[in-house]
Design a protein around this ligand. Structure first.
Ligand SMILES: [Zn+2]
Length: 313
């Protein structure tokens, strides 16, 4: 059976478990050479979009992206939305309005904060003042000078609001980071088992089998759920650094073997990060199953939809 035929059976469409929909359609803000900049540089370059866009610009782009997602049979989108002292609440206000609008057209948008630069006092105030508009809390510990405090803030807010936390971890495909295991241990210590979602966790694949197994075991105890964005880091720059051989993708096959929940997301759509990504979940699901040799129809349907429901809770 072709993947398209199998996934055409999805009565309720796909769940896109990770996007940055407020940046969709902003690739043209940047010169072509910037599209190849390093991830960390792009965190800064995207300030241009944040500064130059009005709430209306954000709204129009989010609506356009949601319609495009709808055309691709995506019914639910879990998206980070920029919320920091550069963009202020412009993107969030637009996303909240777009969410209300798209609900009537069969697209549910779930939003959380993307706070690049960490929870400085200004950013923390923005988060606390606007937490009522968020469906989940978003983390990017690597961009914060104090990653431990970053998690403490998210964990405390989660306890107060009962909202789940999606955290970007282990995106760089290198054994220089071990954030997934760290996040799982911290989750257990905070007593937040089942409330935390690890987004990416690609670098787990850079470690020996013994360390991977330890990571999965602690993640299991933490009730950790995962989101893989298969094409997001497939462009990992070639390096001379050695690690066990693997594809530059979340080790979905091993996570599933451990009974861990994995959903799929498109990540960035037509922006500086991924200028040619059209947000097609059929493509992302196909890439996941090819990269990790997942040839079981039920598992594929789980990745495309059912696990997204579990992640939404
Ligand atoms: Zn992301």
């Amino acid at each position: 059976m072709s993947i398209a035929r199998l996934l055409s059976k999805l009565k309720n469409g796909f769940i896109n478990c990770h996007a940055h929909i407020d940046r969709a359609g902003t690739a043209s803000f940047f010169e072509k050479k910037n599209h190849k900049a390093h991830l960390f540089e792009k965190w800064q370059l995207v300030r241009k979009v944040k500064k130059q866009s009005t709430t209306e610009d954000y709204y129009n782009r989010i609506i356009d992206a949601c319609w495009s997602q709808r055309d691709k049979n995506i019914s639910k989108i879990i998206s980070f939305i920029d919320l920091d002292d550069i963009v202020g609440t412009k993107a969030l206000a637009a996303a909240v309005k777009a969410k209300e609008h798209m609900r009537f057209y069969g697209v549910n948008l779930y939003i959380g904060n993307q706070t690049v630069g960490g929870f400085t006092s200004n950013n923390l105030k923005l988060l606390e003042d606007n937490v009522e508009y968020l469906d989940f809390l978003g983390g990017l510990p690597k961009s914060d000078e104090d990653p431990e405090r970053h998690l403490d803030i998210l964990f405390n807010l989660s306890k107060q609001t009962n909202k789940k936390i999606h955290v970007h971890v282990d995106q760089m495909n290198t054994d220089e980071e071990m954030e997934t295991l760290w996040l799982a241990k911290r989750t257990i210590k905070a007593g937040l088992e089942g409330q935390v979602i690890a987004v990416h966790s690609i670098s787990v694949a850079c470690f020996s089998e013994a360390i991977r197994e330890l990571t999965y075991s602690v993640c299991k105890d933490a009730g950790m759920q995962f989101v893989a964005c298969p094409s997001a880091w497939i462009d990992h720059p070639r390096t001379e650094r050695l690690s066990p051989t693997h594809n530059s993708i979340t080790p979905i096959d091993e996570l599933l073997k451990w009974g861990l929940t994995v959903g799929i997301g498109t990540d960035n759509i037509e922006d500086i990060y991924k200028p040619y990504c059209d947000g097609d979940m059929l493509f992302e699901t196909r890439l996941a199953l090819e990269a990790c040799k997942i040839y079981d129809d039920d598992s594929i349907i789980d990745l495309a939809y059912n696990n997204g429901l579990k992640i939404l809770g």
